[in-house]
Design a protein around this ligand. Sequence first.
Ligand code: GLU
Length: 477
Amino acid sequence: MVRVRLAPSPTGTLHIGTARTAVFNWLYARYQKGTFLLRIEDTDKERSKPEFTANILEGLSWLGIDWDEDPLIQSERIEEHRSAIQTLLERGLAYRCYASEDELTSMRDNQKAANQAPRYDNRHRNLTPEQESAFQAEGREAVVRFRIDDDACIQWKDLVRGAMQWRGADLGGDMVIARRAPADQIGDPLYNLVVVVDDAAMEITHVIRGEDHIANTAKQLLLYEALGLPQPVFAHAPLILNADGRKLSKRDGVTSINDFRELGYTAEAIANYMTLLGWSVPEGMDERFTLKQAAEVFSFDRVNKAGARFDWDKLNWLNAQVLHDWTTPQLKEALEPLWLAQSWSLPDDPSWIDDLCQLLGPSLTLIQDGVEQARPFFTEPPLEADGEQQLNQDGAKAALSALLGGLEQSPWDGADPAQAQAYLGAAAKSAGVKKGVIMKSLRAALLGKLQGPDLITTWSLLARLGDDRARIKRCLS
Ligand code: GLU
């Protein structure tokens, strides 16, 4: 039975990297009919905030990722973490180190000067009880370190990267597993230790996370061994890279799921795109899919080792596809609040709103595009250069004037498109212009420019508000 988990630290809003890790875990769990769990890694008390936890949970739900049990709160398990450290101390696999910050800094400076990689030199590995007492008497604060033998050879079979091997000597020396640990206390347990203790307690079978955790995996495997715990299988997903091929970071601007949401991306497109960041679809499968569809075929064989470059064009394309398929009620639910936020007054007639949504849907790439595209339906648009040029064409104003004459005699109620065509035909005829001229000129009059959605529907919406004649009139004065 597969059991996987996402272990976010609530020190910021839901990041795209964490969300992608969540997607891979969720897809694997659902494909394997296993269990997907959450663990909130809130042991960094200064930086962890409940509002970040709320943001992460809400963001996952928005993306369509559900979890199977109440999230486990890491800070509530501190006694279990401490007891594991106690076990390691008792077995002689961990010890207290009293090296001061200054000593460690000068150690690293010397290593650098000698062209060596900085590492802890294990100097307090074998302190005598007398030496320990002397350091304590000086009032030095200790950390607990876990012994890492230089000649340890750590191996695992990574589901993405295949056979992996790591030498103990490359792990930076004996690792700190607890801070602030005076002789009579265990102190504050740290990441690598608590993750192992919690993953084992949660009976996690597969640890799926970003490639930036590979060195942690090597360290964690040593801890599993030392604590006599069964080791899970590991899968390291490739990093998400920016356009320059570097790891996507805060400096790239948009990295939080919130940001994408505010820009007008849909949950469907983001979830779809995040799956494609590192996973390639099996032959014959469309690149556009729902998480549910992907969960039917997801496997790590198709997860790439190479970093996944973030491609805005592809995300935009997916988002447009999603929006073009949205139903009118879906569009309305997303667009109406944006229109209200502009302080535009919406007509009482609900079918008018529906029709506007239906008109704009096919031309949206981002939900937010629906603000600019709807603007001329709520406020009188300025006359732009191309619109003005059109109105100066031979016969344009004469045709509009004929159209206005017809409309003033009997206004169009916006209902029957055939009637609209009849008005246009009559106006063209009376002004002696081709129908194309009156149509382009009407578009310029109604929208101020030549680009826009279907003319007759546009006109119908404005006619139903009684705004069409005023807009034509202003072009004639
Ligand atoms: N809290 C860690 C992180 O957010 C979890 C890493 C892991 O999955 O073990 O990076």
